[in-house]
Write a protein that binds this ligand. Structure first.
Ligand code: COA
Length: 389
């Protein structure tokens, strides 16, 4: 019995800001953002894209009419919840037209939550061969203008269809999670922006990775030589690289070091142009890897998930024969290449509009692709979504 990722897709809003220009506007040497943090562009969300619409947009192309009858669970992983009670999965379920006898709920543990969602889906499906689970990771990463975290913002969603006999990646039964109570990044209820201890968050991430990996290697007797490539949670591309480098010690062969280092570049290519999308970052990295490098069926990909607070998890999957046919390389390149650059001044005004929930659909929806879902208005605290025809 194999269970894993049958389909995977992502959505990013149509606006971005150039990191070199943001650095100049902040009187920072551009190479700090471009090289030191490792980000070239950063997705900017208009008010009309929240976690519901982005999640539905990420999923709409991978959910077929047949899938709508078979999906029995929709899980949304997010740390940008728009409601403390109602789950965004319920609204996404409605927008996508999934059959009504389904469980829908939200999961939270900072950037980690999509990973336990996948593990839950895997266990849930074990006794349900004819059902499918839709897992969506959707977030808007906002630290505030002129804040330390500003260059590590972003917005976007990843959708994954978890099924039996998956077409892309079959999960191996090997996940090892590591939990440590640490205040590296958190957002108390009522705060618009997270509180973050940047230096501690980098240390906590690396420690969590080393602990998860070491325990994983001990339990499975696997070494780095067993992996064709590794994917990491990518709050910024330099972060995962630091974690990877920390285990590429002298005992590791040059061939393995080179393979994993080249793989890391491929696995962060999309992230470099999108920025941090919190829960979806690891899975955007997986898409980036699979769409920018070629692998053979049967090869293993290792994945490290991290959520501040903190929980880390190392697990792996095996590539399925013909996995390339299930990818959407041209569609994803078009989505990234057809975005609109915002000047720093415009990015700042978008930021303010987001805080005050001021809609300006003329700008936000101009040149958008057809059939995208968007937040049309909020009336009496109820969010109304439309589809662009
Ligand atoms: N050229 C090249 N690199 C430069 C540079 C330049 N001109 N100037 C600085 N750098 C490098 C620094 O040496 C540093 O690299 P290092 O980490 O390898 O030492 C890097 O750029 C970042 O510099 P730093 O001083 O640490 O930046 P910062 O204090 O502004 O903080 C973050 C950076 C990422 C911690 C901050 O943006 C943040 O808090 N982000 C949100 C939290 C987060 O994403 N945490 C990740 C774990 S979940």
């Amino acid at each position: 019995m194999t269970i894993g990722i049958d389909q995977i897709d992502f959505y990013v809003p149509k606006f971005y800001v150039d990191m070199a220009k943001l650095a100049e506007a902040r009187n920072v040497e551009p190479n700090k953002f471009l090289i030191g943090i490792g980000q070239t562009e950063m997705s900017v969300s208009p008010v009309s894209q929240d976690i519901v619409s982005m999640g539905a947009n990420a999923a709409k192309n991978i959910v077929t009419e047949e899938d709508k009858k078979q999906i029995s669970m929709v899980i949304v992983a997010t740390e940008s919840a728009i409601d403390s009670a109602k789950a965004s999965a319920v609204q996404i379920h409605n927008l996508l037209g999934i059959q009504p006898f389904a469980r829908c709920f939200e999961m939270k543990e900072a950037c980690y939550a999509a990973t336990p969602a996948i593990q839950l889906a895997k266990d849930y499906l074990a006794n349900r061969p004819n059902e499918k689970v839709l897992v969506i990771a959707s977030d808007t990463a906002r630290y505030g203008l002129n804040s330390g975290g500003e260059p590590t913002q972003g917005a976007g969603a990843v959708a994954m269809m978890i099924t039996h006999n998956p077409r892309i990646l079959a999960f191996n039964d090997d996940a090892v999670a590591y939990t440590e109570d640490v205040y590296d990044f958190w957002r108390p209820t009522g705060h618009s922006y997270p509180l973050v201890d940047g230096a501690l968050s980098k240390d906590a991430y690396i420690r969590s990775f080393q602990q998860s990996w070491t325990e994983y290697a001990k339990r499975t007797n696997k070494t780095l030589a067993d992996f064709a490539s590794l994917c990491f949670h990518v709050p910024f591309t330099k972060m995962g690289k630091k974690a990877l480098d920390s285990i590429l010690t002298d005992e590791i062969s040059d061939e393995t070091k080179e393979r994993l280092t080249e793989g890391y570049e491929a696995a962060t290519y999309y992230n470099r142009y999108v920025g941090n999308i919190y829960t979806g970052s690891l899975y955007l990295s997986l898409i980036s890897l699979l769409e920018t490098r070629t692998f053979e069926a049967g090869q293993s990909i290792g994945l490290f998930s991290y959520g501040s607070g903190s929980v880390g998890e190392f697990f792996s999957g095996t590539l399925v024969a013909g996995y390339q046919d299930a990818l959407n390389i041209d569609g994803h390149k078009a989505l990234l290449n057809n975005r609109t650059e915002l000047s720093v001044a415009d990015y700042e005004s978008y930021f303010a509009r987001f805080d005050n929930l001021e809609f300006n659909h003329d700008i936000e929806l101009a040149d958008e692709q057809n059939a995208i879902f968007y937040l049309n208005e909020i009336n009496d605290n109820i969010r109304h979504y439309n589809t662009l025809n």
